[in-house]
Each structure stands twice: as structure tokens, then as C-alpha cells.
Ligand binder design. Sequence first.
Ligand SMILES: C[S@@+](CC[C@H](N)C(=O)[O-])C[C@H]1O[C@@H](n2cnc3c(N)ncnc32)[C@H](O)[C@@H]1O
Length: 218
Amino acid sequence: MIRSENLRSGYIQDDVEQYLYGLLPERDGVITEMERYAEEHRVPIIGPAVARLLALFAQVSGAKRIFEMGSAIGYSTIWLARAAGPKGKVHYTDGDPANAKRASEYFRRAGVAKRINVGVGNALELIKKTPGKFDLIFNDVDKHQYPDALRVALPKLRRGALFITDNTLWSGKAARPAAPDDAATLGVQEFNRLVFASKELYPVLIPLRDGVTVCRKL
Ligand SMILES: C[S@@+](CC[C@H](N)C(=O)[O-])C[C@H]1O[C@@H](n2cnc3c(N)ncnc32)[C@H](O)[C@@H]1O
């Protein structure tokens, strides 16, 4: 696989995207198997290009306490757990128990199960109930929930922490007028307005794959 259909950007030219994915080093057995599973079952994972960005930010910031909102089969969770190192703790959350079961098995096989807390339920509620603040929060829930995800995540970020959100260009639809019933695009657009207007955040929107917004809590 160079770049599978479930990872297609929607606004990056195909040959440029193929080139970008072609540069990426091979992944290990478990990660490769998860990429294949995601492709076959159309699980919308971040894929290896965005995963490397996520891991890089976790590493350079030294993040140890990490909360993930919307984890699916745990692909991004494993990248975060590996980047956080043996002293890290990553909170996996997903509303689907079957996803959590599959993810837990991958965590065991990837050798990072001890670093991950598996939470099943609404990530926006689970983050409120989890004590303390986080060094990094990764947001990948359903897109209509993005403005609410921002509201619950903000008070859970320590000063200097990173708040990273995937799909902020939403196949390019974020840049165009949305139909009134397109709740996902409207959610992403509102989210983008809110983070760039916030006095508590320093955001950068990186047009990698489907758009990734990285914010630092001021
Ligand atoms: C885009 S996928 C996550 C992919 C994952 N971050 C990765 O890259 O490997 C979104 C997942 O979030 C879950 N989800 C959506 N909204 C949620 C919510 N409010 N609480 C918990 N899980 C949610 C969905 O069930 C789905 O599995």
C-alpha cells in the first residue's frame, strides 16, 4: 500500500499524495496489519503521514499525559503511546465496544497495553470525568461534535499543552459554503472559526492529508 482509498485527501493532487506516501518508511507488523484492516473495513484512521506528525509533536513536546477523543481501532493511540514512551499514559476513548475490544488486542501485540487506559463511551463525557490536565489532547470524534469537543478539551489542557485535531479541511469542504443540513462540514467550519478566534490558543492549520490543526494552549 502506498496510499489507500480510506486515506485519500480529497484536495491534494493524486500524484503528489502518492509521492508523499511513497517516501514514508515501512511500518512494523502490527501497524501494517491495522492499516490493511482499516483499508478493508473503511475505518477512517489518520494513516501513517498524519501519525508521524502526531508522534513528532508528542516527542518534541515531551507529552506524557495524553487524552484521545475518538480512537476507533487504536491506530493513532499506538503511535501516541510509542511517542510518549514507557512513562507515558494515553487515554483511548471510543463509543463502540467492538472497536475497544479490537484495539485492546492490538495494544497487547504492539507491547504498549500498560501505557493505555481504554475508555468506552462518549469521549466528551469521559474527558470531563478523568482527573487532572493533559499535556496533549488529540481530537478525532464525529465532525459535528468538534465545537463541543473544543469546549470540553480547553479546560483539560495545561498551559503550554497541545490540542491536535484531525480533518480540519474535511476533503476541502471546510473552505466552501456548506449546505444547511451538512452538520459535519458546519461543525468543522465552526471549530476552525473558534480556535482561530480564541485568546487561549495559538493554532496552526497544517494541510496534510485531510487537514490537521495543532494548537498550543497559552
Ligand atoms: C475517525 S475515527 C478515529 C480514528 C483514530 N483516531 C485513528 O486515527 O486511528 C472516529 C472514531 O470516533 C468514534 N467517536 C465519534 N464520536 C465519538 C464520541 N463523542 N465519543 C467517543 N467516540 C466517538 C467513532 O466511533 C469512531 O470509531
